[in-house]
Ligand binder design. Structure first.
Ligand code: SF4
Length: 67
Protein backbone atom coordinates (compact mmCIF):
# COMPACT_ATOMS: atom_id res chain seq x y z
CA UNK A 1 0.00 0.00 0.00
CA UNK A 2 1.77 3.20 -1.15
CA UNK A 3 2.43 5.50 1.77
CA UNK A 4 2.51 9.25 1.40
CA UNK A 5 5.59 10.94 2.76
CA UNK A 6 5.75 14.71 3.18
CA UNK A 7 9.05 16.46 3.75
CA UNK A 8 7.87 19.15 6.15
CA UNK A 9 11.28 20.83 5.99
CA UNK A 10 10.51 21.63 2.33
CA UNK A 11 6.75 22.24 2.53
CA UNK A 12 5.80 25.91 2.26
CA UNK A 13 2.07 25.44 2.84
CA UNK A 14 1.12 26.21 -0.75
CA UNK A 15 -1.92 23.92 -0.48
CA UNK A 16 -1.69 22.37 -3.94
CA UNK A 17 -1.71 18.91 -2.39
CA UNK A 18 -5.04 19.56 -0.68
CA UNK A 19 -6.45 21.17 -3.83
CA UNK A 20 -5.57 18.10 -5.89
CA UNK A 21 -6.17 15.26 -3.43
CA UNK A 22 -8.23 16.40 -0.45
CA UNK A 23 -8.78 12.82 0.72
CA UNK A 24 -5.05 12.39 1.18
CA UNK A 25 -3.77 15.72 2.47
CA UNK A 26 -4.74 18.40 4.91
CA UNK A 27 -2.99 21.51 6.14
CA UNK A 28 -2.13 21.74 9.81
CA UNK A 29 -4.12 24.34 11.71
CA UNK A 30 -0.97 25.11 13.66
CA UNK A 31 1.66 25.76 11.02
CA UNK A 32 -0.21 25.49 7.70
CA UNK A 33 2.08 22.73 6.50
CA UNK A 34 0.83 19.61 4.86
CA UNK A 35 -0.15 16.48 6.76
CA UNK A 36 -0.77 13.14 5.07
CA UNK A 37 -4.14 11.49 5.57
CA UNK A 38 -5.19 8.19 4.00
CA UNK A 39 -2.66 6.25 1.91
CA UNK A 40 -3.29 5.78 -1.81
CA UNK A 41 -4.79 2.30 -1.95
CA UNK A 42 -6.47 2.32 -5.35
CA UNK A 43 -5.23 3.26 -8.80
CA UNK A 44 -7.60 6.23 -8.87
CA UNK A 45 -6.25 7.44 -5.52
CA UNK A 46 -2.69 7.02 -6.71
CA UNK A 47 -3.41 9.20 -9.74
CA UNK A 48 -4.79 11.91 -7.43
CA UNK A 49 -1.72 11.75 -5.19
CA UNK A 50 0.60 11.83 -8.21
CA UNK A 51 -1.26 14.93 -9.42
CA UNK A 52 -0.63 16.51 -6.02
CA UNK A 53 3.04 15.54 -6.22
CA UNK A 54 3.35 17.18 -9.63
CA UNK A 55 1.58 20.31 -8.42
CA UNK A 56 3.67 20.75 -5.28
CA UNK A 57 5.99 23.70 -5.99
CA UNK A 58 8.79 22.39 -3.78
CA UNK A 59 8.67 18.63 -4.50
CA UNK A 60 7.91 17.85 -0.86
CA UNK A 61 5.72 14.79 -1.53
CA UNK A 62 6.87 11.23 -2.11
CA UNK A 63 5.00 7.98 -2.58
CA UNK A 64 6.71 5.06 -0.89
CA UNK A 65 5.86 1.59 -2.21
CA UNK A 66 6.42 -0.77 0.69
CA UNK A 67 7.50 -4.26 -0.34
S1 SF4 B 1 1.66 21.37 -2.21
FE1 SF4 B 1 3.69 20.94 -1.35
S2 SF4 B 1 4.29 22.87 -0.43
FE2 SF4 B 1 2.10 22.99 -0.76
S3 SF4 B 1 1.19 22.30 1.19
FE3 SF4 B 1 1.35 20.53 -0.16
S4 SF4 B 1 3.32 19.57 0.37
FE4 SF4 B 1 3.33 21.65 1.16
Amino acid sequence: MPRILIDRTRCIGAGQCVANAADHFTQSAEDGLSVALAPATTAVQRVAVERAMAACPVQAISLIDDP
